[in-house]
Design a protein around this ligand. Sequence first.
Ligand SMILES: *[C@@H]1O[C@H](CO)[C@@H](O)[C@H](O)[C@H]1NC(C)=O
Ligand SMILES: *[C@@H]1O[C@H](CO)[C@@H](O)[C@H](O)[C@H]1NC(C)=O
Ligand SMILES: *[C@@H]1O[C@H](CO)[C@@H](O)[C@H](O)[C@H]1NC(C)=O
Ligand SMILES: *[C@@H]1O[C@H](CO)[C@@H](O)[C@H](O)[C@H]1NC(C)=O
Ligand SMILES: *[C@@H]1O[C@H](CO)[C@@H](O)[C@H](O)[C@H]1NC(C)=O
Ligand SMILES: *[C@@H]1O[C@H](CO)[C@@H](O)[C@H](O)[C@H]1NC(C)=O
Length: 684
Amino acid sequence: MAFVLRLWLHLLLLLLLLVVIVFVPHLPPCEAQQSYVNNLQLNCDQNPNTTLGFVCNGASTSCTSYLTFRSTPLYNNPVNIAYLLNADASQIAAANNISDIDTLPTDTLLIVPVNCSCSGPNNNRYYQHNASYTLNRQGETYFTVSNDTYQALTTCQSMEAQNSYNLRRLVPGLRLNVPLRCACSTPNQTAAGYRYLLTYLVRQGNNVDYIAGAFSGAGADVQGILDANELTPDQIIYFFTPLLVPLTTPPTRLNINTRPSPPPPASPPLIPTTPSAQTGGGSDSRKWVFIGVGIAVLVLFVSGFAIWFFFLRRRRRHKAPFPPKQLADESGGVTTARPLPNWSVSSESIRGALETLTLYKFEELEKATESFSESNRINGSSVYRGSFKGDNAVVKIMKGDVTREIGVLRQINHSHILRLSGFCLHQGITYLVYEHAEKGSLTDWLRPPNSIIMVQHNKRNLNDEQRLDWKQRVQIAYDVADALNYLHNFTNPPYIHKNLKSSNILLDANMRAKVANFGLARTLDTDDQSIMTRHVVGTYGYMAPEYIENGLITPKLDVFALGVVILELLSGKEPIINNNVGKNGNEDDESDQTLLSGSIKEVMSGENVREKLQEFMDPWLGEEYPAELAYSMAQLARSCVAHNLDARPAVSELFMALSKLLSASLDWDPSYQLQHSTSFNLSD
Ligand SMILES: *[C@@H]1O[C@H](CO)[C@@H](O)[C@H](O)[C@H]1NC(C)=O
Ligand SMILES: *[C@@H]1O[C@H](CO)[C@@H](O)[C@H](O)[C@H]1NC(C)=O
Ligand SMILES: *[C@@H]1O[C@H](CO)[C@@H](O)[C@H](O)[C@H]1NC(C)=O
Ligand SMILES: *[C@@H]1O[C@H](CO)[C@@H](O)[C@H](O)[C@H]1NC(C)=O
Ligand SMILES: *[C@@H]1O[C@H](CO)[C@@H](O)[C@H](O)[C@H]1NC(C)=O
Ligand SMILES: *[C@@H]1O[C@H](CO)[C@@H](O)[C@H](O)[C@H]1NC(C)=O
């Protein structure tokens, strides 16, 4: 029974197709679809309206649509491609069954989902998806950007129409609007079941049959493509031109087949492609021969195709329910084409990042760090020293989500914040390249690793070149306050570092501080000065009580942490003091731990403050510090670590106070600085 029905349907379909095919050449090209660009995009001096964009004639003014893109050596992973096309890396990855940061072989065809909408000049006449591109080489023109960089997803004419820059004044650094050609289905296409339009980049050797075959899994067919582009079967299509492919289902790696399969030699391509840069179709007499032969072949080909297609669709319909169900079971209701990547970079942050940062090749990093050799590794960490064409830098290997670090640092430029100069994505791992802070972390200066500190009270050790003097300590506190003041008050949106500690403060060759490690940083809305979180992360000893107890995030969190750092600068002590070290080795016993932030209260109150403070100060300083200023600084630190956050100064006040302390310190005993100024060359 089913078989008879199928046979009948099959015959009916064939009959219908025959009727359609016989009459198609006589009908005017189906109205209201998009006219093919017809290689007119090559002539940038003229702008016939087909080059300006696909006309906004669809059923809706915006829709999801798809672009195709072929990977190039620079744009070879979803993150970079998303950046170029203003798309979403995770969506690209999902559509192509790869991960966000998979590196693709050059020339891999990728599907890129984008939002397409009516916008652009002449009252939003054209469907387009806006991207933008910053010129980065001399000699780039609207044509090279549209044809080479964007692979003909746009045209020089539409770029010229939507950018105010004169063709002859294009210089590196200019940011151009790039309207990418996309379209939404017309009512007629919708009625025919086509829900999506894909902008396909025609390339050498492709013909409409090939393209229809490649996307047949998503419902493409020859007639649909011809209609969508107002093409007649004998018309020539050119490579490096975009062609619309109407689809019934979203295209994915799983339902397209774009492996180059040369058309069978027996049946000549119906729609010849030509590398010719000239416009126009074949000659008239040839055209008629073509149509004669064409119809015959077309009938054969299309009916064969239709049979195959018919069965394929039926099969799919039967199979369809199973895979999604399976996915839903595995991932708790999330139906994506594959497991979600363990991190994803939002295209927004990467877009910005690539403008200010260098994208390194992995080979460059290997070269710079001598293949990540042990000798270049910094203290067993995941950070390596490297030399990029003579410039020192460090390479940090990051796992997990680096979006925040990149997102924050790319928009920050401050002399006391460690500069991120570039990054590299390689096999799922992100490598961040920072400026090199030669003198290492503040922690290492206050408490040198691998050295048993045996100092007697009030007595400076002979081997004290690697010690910070008073002025340097005040300078460091001031620099850090400067950086925080900038983060809290001069960036838009404001940032809270959230993880300030002495190991995240690095020192450059001049012993000036650079704040590093923005992995936990977060923004605050200007109106909203606090956030609650249940996810308390940070370093014990530096975390403010309201954050530990209630998850409250305010700028005063950083003030508290800076207070602890100042206490470290004064005392050289760790933020958590183990009182019973050496007694029973039970260092983790909290009852025997004192927080540095708690101990200052006791030092600064009651009697004998002077003596208690002297006791508290770093023995390495000896007597070589101005007691009055040390007292003021300790007072300041104490106010920063006040239990009540309202009692803590704002970072701007702290910065002012430290600037006064710094100038007073610089006035203090100027001969001291001279005496020690040569010592820093010795250390490293
Ligand atoms: C839809 O197609 C019919 C003929 O098939 C045509 O008359 C009509 O104008 C088309 N409408 C649109 C909006 O394309
Ligand atoms: C496109 O240009 C042609 C001739 O250049 C003109 O006849 C036609 O009206 C234009 N179409 C639109 C929609 O502006
Ligand atoms: C999708 O990618 C995963 C991992 O790369 C692979 O195991 C799986 O077979 C792919 N699915 C298909 C249908 O190609
Ligand atoms: C399209 O826009 C919607 C919201 O406007 C967004 O959720 C979606 O991710 C966008 N799609 C793409 C491909 O950017
Ligand atoms: C796209 O860019 C054009 C200018 O090139 C602008 O007029 C239009 O508003 C933009 N559309 C969207 C959706 O941002
Ligand atoms: C257009 O770009 C392709 C590479 O994408 C290149 O091979 C071709 O030569 C370019 N066309 C012109 C006319 O420069």
